[in-house]
Every structure is written in structure tokens, then in C-alpha cells.
Design a binder for this molecule. Structure first.
Ligand code: SF4
Ligand code: SF4
Ligand code: SF4
Length: 277
């Protein structure tokens, strides 16, 4: 997805103001595994300290009060809008929010569920449900197909440290910019031997860093859960990886975290740029 790093400038009518004077934040979950929300709980006391500074209007993993439906300073949305109810929740959230943020790979890139778009499409559901009546089964589409997304916390799951680092800026209404550095920077810093040297395919050079290179640090290839870097050279990467994997293997790997459609779009743009130049 393409992220426009501009805060919402339109003045929003404040329907309900926090009695506390604190900023109003909601963390909502559409169809997802909830792993990104659990990253927040894993932050423990540091997450609780953050909740002291804001009015947490909705976060179903810890809430004990109903969302009051008022306007919001910040909404974080996890997961895919799969059901009609999900879509309604998302559209409502956008109307209520000054800033709307995608929380994690599913919300931003379609994530693991997007795999079904490429394999058997709507027929995939037959492997799960015996009776299909009444089951909504649309193709997976990221949040920005439905609403304007102001910022993305990338990753599957998101990185808790990154969350804590950028939330204060978002609460001020500023849209942070994640540095355009590849996973390789953190990987080399960690002293890892590059997997490519051993002919193990790794997407690191074209993927946005910030995860601490957790996968290559465990000798696993980076499969791109944080998405493409704005200036990553995907053509060079593709050419290099052709010496290590077949086109089919490459495509399969790009489908794991919803990278395939973003990669195809980038390749299309790069091609049209070359033609116009
Ligand atoms: S991005 Fe990963 S951890 Fe987060 S909701 Fe999706 S599958 Fe779960
Ligand atoms: S192992 Fe992957 S992430 Fe690490 S330096 Fe090599 S290509 Fe980059
Ligand atoms: S190394 Fe790659 S796949 Fe692993 S967490 Fe980082 S971006 Fe995601």
C-alpha cells in the first residue's frame, strides 16, 4: 500500500470530548489473529504507563467499558475487513478519527490471509467449512482500499519498541516517517553472516528495516513482513534471487505476507518510468 505521510487537515467536529482532557484512542480489531494486539500487552508496564496518559476508549483485550461512540484522536486498526460488519466498523472508525493507523501486516498488506486470493480464490473456503450458506467470503483487501490510512506500523506482528517510539508523535497529530533502511542494516549490525552468501534467498535488501532483523539473526530468510522499502531496488533483487530460486518459489515467498501485489505494482511503476525516460 502507498502511505501518504500527511496528517488529516480537515477540522473534525468534536462530538464527545474526553472529560479527562486526555486524548481519546481506540484500538480495534477486524478479522485477525490478534497477534499485534498481544504485542501491546507484552509491553506490560510500559503499555500500561501509556494508557495512563490517554483515554483508551476501545481495546477489547483489556476493556471493561463499552465504546461511547464519540470522536477519537487516534484509531489503530488491526486485521482485514472481511465481513460486512468489519467494513462498517472500519468506515465508522475513519469518520470518528483524526488519525487512522494500520496496525500490522494484515491491515497494511493483506497479510497471511491474502494468500487465498492467489490459490483457488473463493474455492479455498471449501477446505474449511462443510456448509457455505451465509458465509461471506470476499477476496482479502487491505485497509487503504476502504479508507484513508495515515500511518502503518509494519510487521507480522508489529514491533513493540517501534510502537512506543512513534505513538507520542501520532498523539501530537504528526505522522512519523520510518527511516528507509533495509533489514540488512540491522542484520549486519548484529554480526550475522549474510544468507545470500550461502545461496539462501533472503528479501532483506528490499524490505523496510526496523524489526531488528529477527529472522536472519535466527538463520531464517527475511520474507518481507514489513513491506517494501520506498527506494528498494526490486529489479536488482529479483535478478539476483533468480540464481537461487525458481520464479514459482519466488512468487510463493512473496505471497506469505501479502508482498506479491505490492511488488507487482512496484515493478509496473518502475517499467512505466523506464519507458517515459
Ligand atoms: S499482522 Fe500477523 S500478528 Fe498481526 S494480526 Fe496479522 S497475522 Fe496476526
Ligand atoms: S541475511 Fe538477508 S537481511 Fe541479512 S544481510 Fe543478508 S540479505 Fe540482508
Ligand atoms: S526479518 Fe523480514 S520477515 Fe523477519 S520480521 Fe523482519 S521484515 Fe519481517
Amino acid at each position: 500500500m502507498v502511505i501518504k505521510n500527511k496528517p488529516e487537515t480537515k477540522k473534525l467536529k468534536v462530538v464527545k470530548k474526553a472529560a479527562s482532557g486526555k486524548q481519546r484512542v481506540a484500538i480495534i480489531s477486524l478479522t485477525s489473529c490478534e497477534g499485534c494486539q498481544f504485542v501491546l500487552l507484552d509491553l506490560g508496564a510500559r503499555f500500561l504507563a501509556l494508557t495512563e496518559l490517554i483515554e483508551l476508549v476501545d481495546f477489547r483485550l483489556i476493556e471493561d467499558m463499552e465504546d461511547d461512540g464519540g470522536m477519537l484522536d487516534l484509531v489503530l486498526v488491526e486485521g482485514n475487513p472481511v465481513t460486512k460488519e468489519n467494513e462498517k466498523t472500519l468506515l465508522e472508525a475513519r469518520k470518528r478519527a483524526k488519525v487512522l493507523v494500520a496496525l500490522g501486516n494484515c491491515a497494511a498488506m493483506g497479510g497471511i490471509p491474502e494468500m487465498k486470493n492467489y490459490h483457488e480464490g473463493v474455492s479455498t473456503i471449501k477446505h474449511v467449512y462443510k456448509y457455505l450458506q451465509g458465509i461471506n467470503n470476499p477476496a482479502i483487501r487491505e485497509l487503504d482500499n476502504f479508507v484513508k490510512v495515515d500511518f502503518v506500523f509494519p510487521g507480522c506482528p508489529i514491533n513493540g519498541e517501534e510502537f512506543l517510539a512513534y505513538i507520542p508523535e501520532l498523539l501530537k497529530g504528526n505522522i512519523p516517517v520510518i527511516p528507509d533502511r533495509p533489514v540488512c542494516v540491522e542484520c549486519r549490525k548484529a554480526g550475522n553472516r549474510c544468507l545470500l552468501l550461502d545461496k539462501t534467498p533472503c528479501f532483506g535488501p528490499m524490505i523496510l528495516g526496523g524489526c531488528g532483523a529477527v529472522c536472519p539473526s535466527s538463520r531464517s530468510q527475511c520474507q518481507g513482513c514489513r513491506g517494501l522499502r520506498p527506494t528498494g531496488n526490486v529489479k536488482a533483487m529479483r535478478t539476483m534471487l533468480k540464481t537461487m530460486m525458481s520464479d514459482e518459489q519466488f512468487q510463493n515467498m512473496t505471497e506469505i505476507f501479502g508482498l506479491r501485489d505490492d511488488l507487482e505494482e512496484r515493478e509496473r511503476k518502475d517499467r512505466s518510468l523506464r519507458i517515459t525516460n
